[in-house]
Design a binder for this molecule. Structure first.
Ligand code: T4K
Length: 397
């Protein structure tokens, strides 16, 4: 059932004052948590023509090679390797670097992060996250190091950079490999350079739900150029040439259509980031007026954020209802948010028996209280206002 609501505190854009008794209708069409950015249709069709003419569809074709060069320019590194999705990229990254034993990681992430460890027979050790940006808490990481620890697998969750220096310092002192799941972090820069330059290995997801995408797709970036060959073998069955297979690889190659989409969307990155920044700031301004909703604090100096997600933490006492009630109530207005990342990974049946070091208080709080609101480049200013009005109405109802 959908309904119209009356908001006593709805913000009127024209007058920039709070008006009395504003009626807010549900959206006519569903508004989802995200919507992929697509290049102009004609532009994509034009790009398809070369693929049609060449009849080269996959297996390191010319578009994948061209896309790789453009990404290298964009990121400022040649140490990258493309895959058909982020999950396989991470699995191959771990395998190619020979990671074994125990890896310290976060429970507040998408399941693929931990699945990638499992597929490599690595034991995850979950530790808590920090309260502002929900990334791994370095102090908790250090407490969890054992003689069996070989690596840290941290996640730049929502595109928020992890505590890069502190994690690098722990990794150096304990001789651990530092791996970042940067699935959400394409476009983020720290101190003027892409976040791809931090840690020993980073995985980026180019899935359609990400701010930047190639329909499906993934990328590894790495400090040691020597790994490039290993990753290339592993994603192509281990083939060295027509008659030699040097390792038991898999099939994780990006195809030409994916590369074409990725190449074209890359050309629109500046305008997409600009649009997302405007939307993010608008939410920040509007939500600040609604008691019981907290957005993360502004990111530290030196971080150029990508506005990948819009996590809003709901304080049940102050807001007057819990996160789940708000999430359900928004559906009545045709607004479909997500609760990234609920349930906490340790609560999934397949991970209940996994080691947890210390309590996961902050991660549990985040999983129970965060709703991720719609954000995508084509979301209009009026729509953001309307979503915020609806949230205010639901609260005041
Ligand atoms: N590590 C982390 C930290 C990750 O977040 C992810 C993926 C990975 C690793 C693995 O990377 P990949 O192997 O996926 O490259 C989505 C995505 O499928 C997943 O890629 C993503 N993280 C995760 C956070 O979100 P769902 O189940 O929420 O997606 P879905 O289908 O419900 O889509 C969400 C909304 O997006 C829909 O309500 C409507 C809209 N949508 C979706 C698609 C697929 C569209 O408008 N168009 C579309 O084509 O998992």
């Amino acid at each position: 059932m959908t309904r119209a609501g009356v908001c006593e505190s709805a913000f009127s854009q024209e007058t920039c004052v709070y008006s009395d008794q504003v009626v807010v209708e549900p959206f006519e069409k569903p508004v989802y948590v995200t919507q992929p950015f697509l290049p102009p249709f004609e532009e994509f069709c034009e790009g398809l023509r070369d693929i049609w003419d060449s009849k080269w569809l996959t297996n390191n074709g010319p578009v994948v090679q061209r896309f790789t060069r453009k990404l290298a320019d964009y990121l400022g590194t040649n140490n990258l390797c493309l895959f058909n999705n982020g999950t396989l990229a991470l699995q191959i990254g771990l395998q190619g670097m020979g990671i074994t034993g125990e890896v310290i990681t976060t429970p507040f992430t998408f399941v693929a992060t931990t699945h990638a460890l499992y597929w490599n027979k690595i034991r995850p050790v979950f530790v808590d996250v920090e309260p502002d940006y929900y990334t791994l808490d370095p102090a908790k990481v250090e407490e969890a190091v054992t003689p069996w620890t070989t690596a840290i697998l941290a996640v730049h969750v929502y595109g928020h950079p992890c505590r890069l220096n502190e994690l690098a310092d722990i990794a150096r002192r304990y001789n651990l490999t530092l791996i970042y799941d940067a699935a959400h972090a394409f476009g983020v820069k720290v101190n003027g350079k892409s976040i791809a330059h931090y840690g020993d290995l980073s995985m980026f997801s180019f899935h359609a739900t990400k701010l930047y995408h190639s329909i499906e797709g993934g990328m590894l970036t790495f400090g040691d150029r020597g790994f490039k060959q290993v990753f290339d073998y592993l994603k192509n069955f281990g083939f060295k040439n027509e008659v030699e297979v040097v390792m038991p690889g898999t099939n994780a190659k990006m195809n030409e259509m994916q590369a074409l989409m990725g190449e074209q969307v890359l050309g629109h990155m500046p305008e997409m980031l600009g649009a997302r920044r405007g939307i993010y700031e608008q939410y920040r301004q509007r939500l600040a007026d609604i008691p019981g909703i907290k957005m993360p604090p502004p990111l530290p100096d030196g971080v150029e954020y990508n506005y990948a997600y819009l996590p809003a933490e709901i304080d049940e006492a102050e807001f007057g209802m819990g996160r789940d009630q708000l999430y359900e109530a928004l559906k009545e207005y045709n607004v479909f948010c997500r609760r990234y990342f609920y349930p906490l990974l340790t609560d999934y049946a397949c991970y209940r028996s996994v080691s947890v070091n210390g309590s996961l208080t902050t991660a549990r709080r985040a999983a129970a209280h965060i709703v991720t609101l719609p954000i995508f480049a084509e979301l209009g200013e009026d729509e953001v206002d309307r979503i915020c009005d609806i949230i205010a109405i639901i609260r005041d109802a």
